[in-house]
Design a protein around this ligand. Structure first.
Ligand code: NAG
Ligand code: NAG
Ligand code: NAG
Ligand code: NAG
Length: 130
């Protein structure tokens, strides 16, 4: 019984996380200095439908003291490309990709291990109700 509940919960999470894979996804799209909608109020910015196997990306550049945040569809290698981009006086502060719908909203991407802990926590909560 306990094992079954855990399996079901776990599968729901795995499934929910992986549904958009293989099909085109939608990402937030904006490019703005930090402190405005693109960073703080992402629900008010544009979305775009990605083509093919593109993923959602979020990256932050600091250039001559100006910090700019970017969110968009991109190839999954975007972070390597940005890291080696030749930009004088600029530093890449953050770059992450994810591949579920509108996943480039949060400051950081939820990791698999955090997802696992969440699953375990919910399972334990469910078990305590039984
Ligand atoms: C993305 O695709 C959906 C479904 O096809 C459509 O309703 C929506 O308008 C599209 N969004 C953009 C920004 O093109
Ligand atoms: C960058 O910003 C800091 C703090 O606002 C300021 O002290 C510094 O002079 C700025 N540097 C440049 C190159 O603008
Ligand atoms: C880089 O920073 C230096 C010193 O602040 C400035 O003189 C120069 O114009 C900057 N270069 C670019 C490409 O912004
Ligand atoms: C989606 O993300 C997962 C985990 O980061 C990765 O293993 C997988 O290759 C990605 N899929 C695509 C289509 O980029």
């Amino acid at each position: 019984m306990k094992v079954n509940i855990f399996c079901v919960t776990f599968l729901i999470f795995v499934f929910a996380r992986n549904v958009p894979l293989g099909s085109a996804i939608t990402c937030y799209q904006c490019e703005e200095v930090t402190g405005r909608h693109c960073e703080l109020n992402v629900k008010q910015v544009l979305t775009q439908n990605c083509t093919g196997s593109f993923v959602c990306a979020k990256y932050i550049w600091k250039e001559n003291n100006i910090t700019t945040i970017h969110r968009r569809c991109a190839q999954h290698t975007i972070c390597e490309e940005e890291r080696v981009a030749l930009k004088p006086n600029a530093t890449l502060i953050h770059c992450s990709t994810c591949n579920t719908t509108l996943c480039n909203s949060a400051p950081a991407v939820i990791s698999h291990s955090l997802m696992f802990i969440t699953t375990a926590f919910i399972t334990i909560s469910l078990l305590s109700l039984v």
